[in-house]
Write a protein that binds this ligand. Structure first.
Ligand code: WT7
Length: 633
């Protein structure tokens, strides 16, 4: 493992932080020295947020899989790299060593080559949480192909959109997947998507179940047959530090998802450094992040970060409720998990269950707990701390984004202090600022504002695939010369940060980042719908849920069946995660004179704060408000 990058005391954090902002280039230079480079960089950083342009480790050559795998073959080849825990607790788990993983990745890299995948080709991966997902992504990285992983809960339309946006040449999937008691036909979902994806030339299908799979003879091949055609010797493609490593889509405030592009060198350095420091993982620890690899958390902190650091990482195929709500704790006991990193929505779900689900398992191996994805409320924090941490192990609340690639604000486990509901301190090299409504930096310590970052960090996304203008607009146009996060935040007298939530049209539902605009577009596609507006409202378990205000052509059509139909449209267009919890049929929506829906008012109504709707003097049609208020759900 890499050990020497770790900060070991609170004083060291503060002195390191100071150094990192006084001379960021020197700071990152020294960290980057700890990796395997084929050629050293000649310049550490070039940047200009007005273009925006950010380049790190310019001229450096490397392959990230050599850092995840090859570098460990001699020193710890027999150490377990991945522990895989299947959906069904009665199926055997797997332990894959660094040596074995290296072979599996090299072999599959050769499969990709054999199927005409070349450097910079885009490969879409739509798979459940099985080792082959990790192998497929690493194999792409090995040959310099850009992976675009689509979470295996997205609908066929959502897959098609993403494939077409970045013209993927190949799709890798499984015939079916297991999720709790359900079996989901992934290949069928892909077939539906591919009716509309001209760029796809090949589909590789891994057989996760014994179900018969219908294959298109001209397009589809089986994983198990392809790996027989190649050997496991593969020389890693030499990549430039700024070559793209992957694309990962995240929602935005228009209908089109944003393909965030992450590059190789800076991403590797950023995620590994933060992994080591936030979690403080030691050589024999067993680290488990419960996220799905389909999200950035899985990319950075299940695969690339832990493997680059040389740790043992756990992949879990199933869900926290199957076969019962004790599953997480059963897995902790079974694999003697030391580090457990999950999302507030999972904590709140488990908090509602009987404590006996915990008490029947020995979870004393745990040393560090983590939280990510949305603000963790005080109650959930205390429950996590007392019942899982038994009152005496650290909780790291890590704030970051798909766009930031790596953790940005967090305590360091056991090293810096924690404060419930606060994500606390910026990572070394990260320079957060709070902005006021006039767009100026708030200098006082104790303050509230919009969170921006004023200096580049190595793991930041470099662009939106095929749309650099949108990248500039979304992230670099709100504030002069700063990256805007879209989040609001508080800062206390110790300069600890607390994230208060999104300040834009994105709602975090069960830790999933959902733009309301694409969901509105889906709802508006229903032939009976004229227009809709969707806002978030607080939800006990999901953090936020979605509330839709919908105008119909014929008000007589309003019915509970129509609500079900509307949610079906959303499921097929985006995926079940974007379904509306509440749908209210309305005669009109509050609009400004320029025709913009005043969501601020709808948000208040959805949150049941109807007594004070704020200034409505600029409304074109204030009369609609009363009816909406009266019938609110
Ligand atoms: C948004 C980014 C980062 C991986 C998972 C989500 C919210 C994330 C926290 C946290 C409060 C958080 C923010 C952010 N968020 N972590 N610890 N405390 N809010 O990645 O889907 O890109 O979502 O998630 O609102 O902007 P993502």
């Amino acid at each position: 493992m890499i050990h020497n990058l770790k900060i070991n005391s609170e004083e060291e954090y503060y002195s390191t932080y100071k150094r990192s902002i006084e001379n960021p280039e020197l700071f990152w230079d020294e960290i980057a020295e700890n990796f395997l480079w084929q050629k050293k960089w000649t310049k550490t950083l070039e940047w200009d947020f007005t273009i925006p342009k950010v380049k790190w480790f310019i001229g450096g050559k490397l392959n990230i899989t050599e850092n995840c795998l090859d570098r460990y073959l001699n020193s710890q080849g027999d150490k377990t790299a991945i522990i895989w825990e299947p959906n069904n607790p009665n199926e055997f788990s797997k332990h894959i060593t660094y040596k074995e993983l290296h072979k599996l990745v090299c072999r599959f890299a050769n499969v990709l080559k054999n199927n005409n995948i070349k450097k910079r080709d885009r490969v879409c991966i739509y798979m459940p949480m099985i080792p082959e997902l990790a192998i497929a992504m690493l194999a792409c990285a090995r040959i310099g192909a850009i992976h675009s992983i689509v979470f295996a809960g997205f609908s066929s339309k959502a897959i098609a959109n993403r494939i077409n946006d970045s013209s993927c040449k190949m799709l890798i999937t499984t015939n079916e997947m297991y999720r709790g008691t359900k079996t989901i036909p992934l290949k069928e979902i892909c077939d539906e998507a591919l009716k509309d994806c001209p760029s796809i030339e090949k589909v590789i299908v891994f057989k996760r179940t014994n179900a018969i799979t219908i294959m298109d003879q001209n397009r589809d091949v089986f994983w198990h047959k392809e790996i027989e055609k190649v050997n496991d010797i593969n020389t890693a493609e030499i990549m430039d530090a700024e070559d793209e490593l992957f694309i990962l889509y995240t929602s935005g405030s228009t209908g089109k998802p944003k393909g965030m592009v992450h590059t190789t060198g800076g991403y590797m350095v950023g995620i590994t450094y933060t992994f080591l420091n936030v979690f403080q993982v030691l050589q024999d620890d067993i680290y488990w992040c419960t996220a799905d690899i389909g999200w950035i958390t899985g990319h950075s902190y299940i695969i690339y970060g832990p493997l680059c650091a040389g740790a043992t990482t756990v992949m879990f195929e199933g869900v926290p409720s199957y076969p019962d709500y004790g599953r997480f704790w059963q897995i902790v006991e079974k694999h003697k998990i030391t580090h457990f990193y999950t999302a507030p929505t999972a904590i709140r779900t488990l908090e509602k269950q009987s404590l006996s689900f915990i008490e029947t398992h020995d979870i004393s191996s745990l040393k560090v707990l983590g939280s990510v994805g949305e603000p963790i409320n005080e109650e959930a924090w205390q429950w996590y701390h007392n019942n899982i941490g038994k009152g005496n192990i650290p909780i790291v609340d890590t704030w970051w984004q798909t766009e930031t690639g790596a953790i940005m604000i967090s305590s360091l486990a056991g090293i810096t202090k924690e404060k419930p509901t606060y994500t606390t301190l910026p990572m070394p090299g990260v320079q957060p600022v709070l902005m006021n409504d006039e767009g100026n930096v708030i200098e006082e310590k104790n303050a509230e504002g919009r969170l921006a970052i004023k200096f580049p960090w190595p793991s930041m996304a470099r662009t939106i695939w095929g749309n650099h203008i949108r990248y500039k607009e979304v992230y670099f146009s709100t504030f002069n010369n700063k990256y805007f996060t879209g989040d609001g935040a508080l800062r206390d007298e110790n300069e600890y940060y607390r994230i208060t939530g999104r300040v834009d049209d994105i709602v975090i539902v069960s830790g999933h980042n959902l733009g309301t605009a694409p969901i509105e577009n889906a709802v508006n596609e229903h032939p009976k719908v004229v227009e809709s507006a969707i806002v978030g409202f607080p939800h006990e378990i999901k953090g936020n849920a979605l509330y839709g205000f919908v105008i119909l052509y014929q008000s007589e059509d309003a019915s509970s069946e129509l609500k079900v139909e509307i949610n079906k449209v959303i499921s097929t267009d985006i995926g079940p995660i974007a379904k509306l919890d509440k749908i209210q049929f309305v005669e009109g929506l509050p609009k400004t004179r320029s025709g913009k829906i005043m969501r601020r008012i709808l948000r208040k109504i959805a949150c049941n704060e109807i007594s004070n709707l704020g200034d409505i003097s600029t409304l074109l049609n204030p009369e609609v408000i009363e009816a909406i208020k009266e019938n609110s759900l």
